[in-house]
Design a protein around this ligand. Structure first.
Ligand code: ATP
Ligand code: MG
Length: 415
């Protein structure tokens, strides 16, 4: 069942109210406050409270709560189906970060300390949904108004604690369309080479969120400008003479992809001028993407020019591409990366509108037919079936009989 935003919100407010009634301090915290103040629909709600994980579970009941993150003070509370889950987190302070990514331990603390352990001022706000009041310990409201992404405290120290924050800075700046403040920008430029302590999977999550957002071109430009690209995606920063003009065209293409664009498509558009399918596969492998995502990226790059001359091509060459799973992505890739192919894309869309019997007729022959025809089973089957399929699509044969006759002529030629 899909989540209903009003129900999510009502349930999240209800949680705060119930904690309050039980005598605890409780607020909405982090991204949901930021998004609400920006007039965006929060994806989900987080609640911060001085209740301990046990007290939270005691209040909402074991059946309605999940304690997977309890060691960090996080309890998930399950609401009615359309409301989803709300994470309720005990105010905490983080101990030292010796691995450059995770705190060595956490201890329970106050609202003010909880705000200051967060990454950026605009992510450090609390909101009281009972009294409709923002609680701002970190200057987040001013930065929201100025559209600035600023680290809470000293940027260098905060990025040294958790290097992922460098990449989050770029992702938030892009998706919120904010500027990164000068200190944070300089800190990233100086520390970008330390990003490698972050796991490839986590880097991929950030890249996915950046590239699937409509503002992805801004994100990619920031990645290059901050030197993070040279570390995590060196493929797109080649030492070429025409690199700047080429890069500008890539950013235009990324912008043209628009909204509702999947990760494989946006990644293929980014890599298209820089990487062949093998190199793209290596990027996907590096980020531990699923085989399905990797295969889609590679297929798109392999076929990016396959349909450019579609009106002049034989149907048997066009049809297998048109009936492939990735065809919608491929047409969008062509439109975005080479607007000159608009005519070819329109032509393909007309072809795709044909009824299935025309677009993808059932094959005339199977392996069993070859066997029954007395052809010994073997490696030649595959190529026979494929050549017959091409002849069928190109209108050279229309029945099983004609197909077998055609194979007989091939066999007699090779005798
Ligand atoms: P979104 O979910 O839209 O990406 P968000 O702000 O909710 O944005 P989350 O990753 O869900 O981001 O984290 C929730 C909150 O937890 C953040 O707003 C921030 O206050 C805090 N937070 C998350 N990750 C970090 C981090 N690496 N360092 C410090 N604080 C963090
Ligand atoms: Mg969130």
């Amino acid at each position: 069942m899909p989540l209903v935003p009003e129900e999510q919100r009502r349930f999240a407010a209800d949680i705060v109210r119930r904690l309050r009634v039980a005598g605890f301090e409780a607020y909405w915290a982090g991204g949901c406050v930021r998004d609400q103040l920006l007039g965006r629909q929060p994806k989900d709600y987080d609640v911060a409270t001085n209740a301990t994980p046990e007290q939270i579970r005691g209040l909402f009941g074991h059946r309605r709560t999940l304690a997977i993150g309890a060691a960090f003070g996080v309890i998930s509370v399950r609401g009615p189906k359309p409301a989803g889950m709300v994470e309720v987190t005990t105010f905490r302070r983080d101990a030292a970060y010796s691995d450059g990514r995770h705190p060595d331990s956490v201890s329970f603390s106050t609202a003010a300390e909880d705000a200051s352990r967060r990454d950026f001022t605009v992510n450090g706000l609390f909101y009281d949904p009972v009294e409709n009041r923002v609680i701002d310990f970190v200057g987040g409201q001013a930065d929201l108004a100025a559209k600035v992404l600023r680290a809470i405290g000293n940027a260098r120290d905060r990025f040294a604690e958790d290097k992922l924050r460098m990449l989050r800075a770029v992702r938030f700046a892009a998706t919120l369309d904010f500027a990164i403040d000068a200190d944070a920008r300089q800190a990233i430029a100086d520390m970008a080479h330390e990003i490698h302590v972050v796991s490839p999977e986590r880097i991929a999550v950030e890249m996915q969120r950046m590239l699937t957002d409509a503002n992805r071109a801004v994100g990619v430009r920031l990645l290059v400008e901050t030197s993070l690209a040279a570390e995590i995606l060196p493929e797109i920063v080649p030492p070429e003479q025409h690199a700047t003009a080429l890069f500008g065209r890539v950013l235009d293409a990324l912008a043209r992809l628009g909204e509702q664009c999947g990760f494989p498509l946006s990644l293929a558009a980014l890599l298209s001028p820089y990487a062949n399918p093998e190199q793209a596969a290596a990027v996907c492998q590096r980020w531990r993407l699923s085989n399905q995502q990797r295969d889609r990226v590679c297929w798109l790059l392999e076929h990016r020019t396959a349909l450019e001359n579609v009106p002049d091509m034989r149907w048997s060459q066009v049809q297998p591409v048109l009936v492939a799973d990735g065809i919608d992505d491929l047409l969008r890739l062509m439109e975005a990366t080479s607007p000159a192919t608009a005519g070819a894309v329109a032509h393909c869309r007309r072809l795709l509108n044909q009824p299935t019997e025309t677009l993808d007729p059932p094959p005339l022959l199977t392996g069993d037919d070859l066997l029954a025809h007395g052809i010994p089973a073997g490696p030649a089957y595959k190529s026979f079936l494929q050549r017959v399929r091409e002849a069928q699509l190109d209108g050279q044969v229309a029945t099983k009989q004609e197909s077998l006759a055609l194979i007989d002529t091939w066999l007699s030629e090779t005798k």
